[in-house]
Write a protein of this length. Sequence first.
Length: 139
Amino acid sequence: MKSYRKELWFNIPARRGFINITPQVEEALLESGIREGLALVNAMHITASVFINDDEGGLHHDYDKWLEKLAPHEPVNQYRHNDTGEDNADAHMKRQVMGREVVVAVTNGQLDFGTWEQIFYGEFDGRRKKRVLVKIIGE
């Protein structure tokens, strides 16, 4: 069995945002030479997420509005975590809801998706560099 590891780096200029990272994961899969196996993709930061869903702008807008209702950024003093001088407690909660990672089957050298599925990086406390790990194992 082979293993391949690659880091993807992102710096979202806004506090929150979603990026379709499917092309970068497909590129890593091609680089790996693995034809059958599994691809793990995970956010390596506690205020960011990786998830699978549809690449539709209205859905992303709805996610942003829904997450902000669940864990509003302001007032920042509503969160005990922010007593440390941080202002990102809401970002930790949004990440918890959206998840840390995804695993996708690799079949015949392709990511084995369902209809409309794509991989996304979700940022909830942006304006600095963060990384995503792509780990592919198989034959």
